[in-house]
Design a protein around this ligand. Structure first.
Ligand code: IMP
Length: 391
């Protein structure tokens, strides 16, 4: 039997680096594309036959026939979102159920988890996506959550009701959460999906692409705590979330934009404001694909990027959205200073991505981080892409 090979695509900033596009480009080279953490807080935007599709729960490999899509153990899953997503894909002529598989240790996001983000002010302070992510992981780690392995238990519904009652009792007076019909339809849909023990299921394949959500700076340990998400967005999350050994990891694709964005609260040393921010927001369509919020924008922070590359062991750096900066006379990158007083290096801008000054920008990133830029995304669609180093 061939040894299992796992490559990972990870965000190196605060999410929204364009990972979905990179996964979509690489997917056809793998047997399985697997989500390993997060939940419907993610919004991976893809273009399929001219249609813009945003995936929240289903791995971005779903557009490639013959590629299995795994929702791995580290994920928290909202059955209602899954149902909507499956229906949306069916309208595009794709039946995800033919290739979608779910880890038995995936935990459910219940209506009460979303409700908790509304009734407690905690989510507001962080600026969460309000998809119930924090409360669902909190229950998971407090050992009162509901894994999908329990779907067939006779007390499944009772467990959900007990957990809901436990939380509702903490907020007397608040109108209780609503269990919609589509939540239960989503549960029925989950029952139709193959539920697997990852360590047994994955060994039948030779190659897996692990698809990260959010970014390194939002990791619960390595990120800008407390302004982070509730899961491991880093390479560590791949091992735990997919139940694979470290020896299985081969290439680590790290994705960064040519500038930086952040949604929600928390430190953002290179943030720009006013006209500069508006220019980037408009040119880069920097609006959250899950929440519709305008993203905060700033210059590329090479100090943060180097940290993210180091802790993830990135072997193949991928640069996205450099086309957004076309036409600027000069671009800035942070190369030092403190978070409150960042220092910048100013580099010449580029008119097109064929300009020598763009290559100079790439070389500068490589020199600072010590890693080669492997892939460059030049626009939103699948074809807008080139690899600098042949695989
Ligand atoms: P949560 O993951 O909804 O709990 O939100 C925690 C923080 O992570 C907030 O600042 C969110 O804006 C941010 N966040 C969560 N998911 C994403 C994402 O997919 N892209 C960018 N930011 C995200």
């Amino acid at each position: 039997m061939k040894a299992l090979r796992v490559d990972a695509v990870l965000g190196l900033q605060w999410g929204d680096e364009g990972k979905g596009k990179v996964v979509d480009t690489l997917a056809c080279r793998y047997s399985v594309v697997a989500r390993f953490q997060g939940g419907p807080n993610a919004g991976h935007t893809l273009y399929h036959r001219g249609h813009k599709v945003v995936l929240h729960q289903i791995p971005s490999g779903i557009f490639h026939e013959g590629v299995y899509c795994l929702i791995g153990d580290g994920v928290v899953l909202d059955p209602e979102v899954l149902l909507r997503e499956v229906e949306g894909l069916r309208m595009l002529g794709i039946d995800p159920l033919e290739r979608l598989v779910i880890g038995e240790n995936v935990h459910l996001i219940l209506p009460v988890h979303i409700w908790l983000e509304e009734v407690s002010a905690e989510g507001e302070k962080i600026g969460t996506t309000r998809r119930g992510i924090g409360p669902a992981y909190a229950d998971r780690y407090a050992r009162r959550g509901i894994p999908v392995a329990w779907l067939d238990r006779s007390d499944f519904r009772q467990r959900i009701e007990e957990l809901t009652a436990y939380h509702v009792a903490r907020f007397p007076g608040a109108p209780p959460p609503i269990f919609s019909e589509s939540f239960w339809m989503g549960i029925e849909l989950l029952r139709e999906l193959p539920r697997v023990r990852l360590s047994e299921w994955l060994i039948q394949f030779d190659s897996v692409l692990a698809e990260g959500s959010q970014g390194t700076m939002l990791d619960i340990f390595a990120g800008t705590y407390p302004y982070v998400t509730s899961s491991h967005t880093t390479i560590a999350g791949v091992l735990a979330g997919l139940a694979v050994p470290p020896q299985a990891i081969r290439e680590v694709y790290g994705v960064t934009k040519a500038y930086a964005t952040r949604v929600g609260e928390g430190a953002f040393p290179t943030e720009v404001f006013g006209e500069e921010a508006q220019w980037l927001q408009t040119r880069g369509s920097e609006r959250g694909s899950t929440t519709g919020r305008l993203r905060r924008c700033g210059w590329l922070d090479l100090v943060a990027l180097r940290y993210a590359i180091e802790i993830n062991g990135v072997s193949r750096l991928t640069l996205t959205k450099a086309d957004v900066l076309c036409g600027l006379p000069q671009v800035k990158v942070r190369t030092g200073g403190s978070d409150t007083h960042p220092e910048y290096t100013i580099l010449p801008g580029w008119q097109t991505l064929e300009d020598a000054s763009f290559e100079e920008f790439i070389r500068f990133i490589e020199g600072f981080t010590g890693v080669s830029v492997w892939g460059v995304s030049t626009g939103p669609s699948r074809e807008d892409w080139y690899e600098r180093i042949a695989v």
